[in-house]
Design a protein. Structure first.
Length: 184
């Protein structure tokens, strides 16, 4: 699990308990409550409760409509700027794709929906990556740019800037370029 995914799994979300939970200590957190009660827990704990049938995640599910809306915004030919997406966009996208794959189970219509979702996801990633590379290469400082990025994109942007700045420095300072190392 990458740093971005770890941070997203640690964010707190609401969970409705579907069973009485006596005092339970997990990773230094105490969880307890009665059936029907809502509690706030880290996402990774909520997912375990949901899997075991002991809880229901109350966060809105990221769905195909959300993906289509993001695809439409990002793929507009006139759109040269990175549109604002949530910190957890890619995390939610991965969860959507896994859910669609699980639900497809040989059903032709659902398999087509999964295929469309993968296609839109690829388009979004490719489009945003091109824009991000262009911004990183332009030497524009982050403030305004970074606020529109998902968490994973923030890490990518900083890496791209570091590599490109190192490369530019080597060129302008007359250093010999050797094998690419990924280091500035």
């Amino acid at each position: 699990m990458g740093e971005a995914e770890f941070l997203l799994k640690e964010r707190r979300i609401r969970l409705r308990l579907l069973d009485n939970i006596p005092r339970l200590e997990v990773a230094g957190l105490t969880i307890e409550g009665s059936k029907g009660q809502e509690v706030e827990v880290p996402l990774w704990i909520a997912e375990e409760f949901a899997k075991s049938g002991k809880g229901e995640i109350l966060a809105e599910e990221f769905g195909l409509k959300d993906l289509a809306k993001a695809h439409w915004r990002e793929a507009l030919p006139s759109s040269r700027h990175l549109s604002k997406i949530e910190d957890d966009f890619y995390f939610n996208l991965r969860r959507l794709l896994k859910r669609l794959e699980k639900e497809s189970g040989g059903n032709l219509e659902r398999m087509k929906a999964l295929e469309r979702a993968h296609s839109m996801a690829r388009d979004i990633v490719n489009c945003r990556m091109r824009k991000l590379a262009s911004i990183a290469a332009s030497q524009v400082e982050g403030g305004e740019v970074v606020k529109n990025l998902a968490l994973e994109e923030k890490f990518l942007y900083e890496s791209m800037k570091r590599v490109l700045n190192g490369w530019i420095r080597r060129i302008l300072e007359g250093e010999t370029l050797g094998e690419p190392t990924g280091e500035p």
